[in-house]
Design a protein around this ligand. Structure first.
Ligand SMILES: [Zn+2]
Length: 387
């Protein structure tokens, strides 16, 4: 290089030094490092298909390997079926198949980043999507909220979803996968609904997690609390210091997302309860039981000709359906054997209220302030600082 610099005119030498200085600045720019860290850091394993009788896989330039890691040649799309001893593809039998893509692997026509691993479990095909945690979060944002919400609400969502995922990964480290892709854990449908705002929120909070006493917290969250978030012991019987419940009037600013009504006849309600495994016969009325300190029903009384019984508010919600009885914050009345429920809130109510976070962000609160409010006593930290 020195030789070439000697033969260059002074002006050209100066141009090269300027270019090298610019290159050094660009390479040290935080965003450049972030891209690499985001792709190389933690991975997460998410169950995206369970007990399927058939799965189709497609994609460009997919690398296919079997249970021994041997590379296989396949022409796509392929249809995979479960048989007694494994997976059947074009008459060939495999115990496990892994499909890796540089862009996206399509499973049942939905695109996913990373790799899709197929095996047989529970009398059907289980598909686990393994991908970098940060890429998972980008795909998740628009499944859980809208990335069009104020950016600090989107960033708060990115942080709690990362925190939730890492807490579950640690708890389930020896399991075949770490997370469900439904409301049981966090809703995730691949990379089809990724967008630039979701990616921005993930990049700007990269590696940030909520901690309590130096450990990653159990970051439960829900759609809408209806005015007060819930204490963990009221839902799961275990008191957690940072999940005591707080007042949240902010979600009430979106009444259509907060208020709900539901009607069902006593006859249909009894059938619904029995289908869910609740023993009830001759249901002729139901009554609300006592209300807890956070405004939610502790019990629902079932009055029946073959014997009265009571369910906890959460048991009742689960039995009738989470989509029908959106929260345990409701009143009810019986009009001519039709029960009318009037409620507020959506979800178990523990931890962050997503609609409350939206309105707090609209009011100027930052992501850190929003999280500190819903998880009192917690600290926001970088993963690199707690490991
Ligand atoms: Zn709320």
């Amino acid at each position: 290089m020195c030789f070439y610099l000697q033969v260059l005119q002074p002006f050209n030498r100066m141009c090269i030094f300027v270019l090298l200085a610019l290159l050094a600045i660009v390479l040290s720019w935080p965003g450049m490092n972030r891209i690499h860290a985001a792709t190389l850091d933690e991975t997460i394993r998410v169950a995206i298909v369970k007990s399927a009788s058939e799965v189709t896989v497609a994609g460009d330039g997919l690398l296919v390997t079997n249970e021994s890691g041997d590379a296989l040649v396949m022409s796509f799309p392929v249809t995979v079926k479960p048989v007694k001893d494994g997976l059947l593809v074009d008459g060939r039998l495999f115990r496990r198949l892994s499909f890796a893509a540089s862009s996206a692997v399509y499973v049942n026509n939905k695109p996913y980043r990373g790799l899709a691993e197929l095996s047989v479990a529970d009398k059907g095909i289980l598909v686990v999507n393994q991908l970098p945690l940060e890429e998972y979060l980008v795909g998740l944002i628009n499944c859980e909220i809208s990335s069009a919400w104020p950016i600090d609400a989107v960033k708060a969502q990115a942080i709690i979803a990362r925190t939730y995922a890492l807490n579950k990964k640690k708890a389930r480290i020896n399991n075949h996968y770490h997370l469900e892709s439904s409301v049981i854990d966090q809703v995730y449908e691949g990379c089809l609904i990724e967008d630039s705002r979701a990616r921005r929120a993930v990049l700007e909070t990269e590696g940030e997690v909520l901690t309590y006493g130096g450990s990653i917290i159990q970051a439960f969250y829900h759609s809408n609390c209806g005015g007060q978030t819930e204490a963990s012991e009221h839902v799961w019987g275990t008191a957690i210091p940072y999940l005591k419940g707080v007042n949240c009037q902010y979600c009430l600013s979106s009444p259509t997302a907060t208020i709900w009504e539901y009607k069902i006849s006593l006859k249909d309600l009894e059938a619904r309860l029995r289908t869910a495994g609740i023993k009830v016969s001759g249901l002729y009325d139901i009554k609300p039981g006592p209300v807890n300190t956070r405004g939610r029903l502790k019990q629902v009384m079932l009055l029946a000709s073959k014997g009265d019984s009571a369910l906890s508010g959460d048991q009742f919600r689960k039995a009738v359906g989470y989509g029908a009885i959106k929260s345990t914050r409701f009143t009810l009345k019986n009009v001519k054997n039709e029960i009318s429920f009037s409620g507020s809130g959506n979800g178990h109510g523990v931890g962050l209220c997503q609609w409350g976070a939206k309105h707090r962000a609209l009011d100027g609160f930052g992501a850190g302030e929003i999280l500190a409010y819903y998880y009192p006593g917690t600290e926001l930290k970088k993963l690199s600082d707690i490991r």
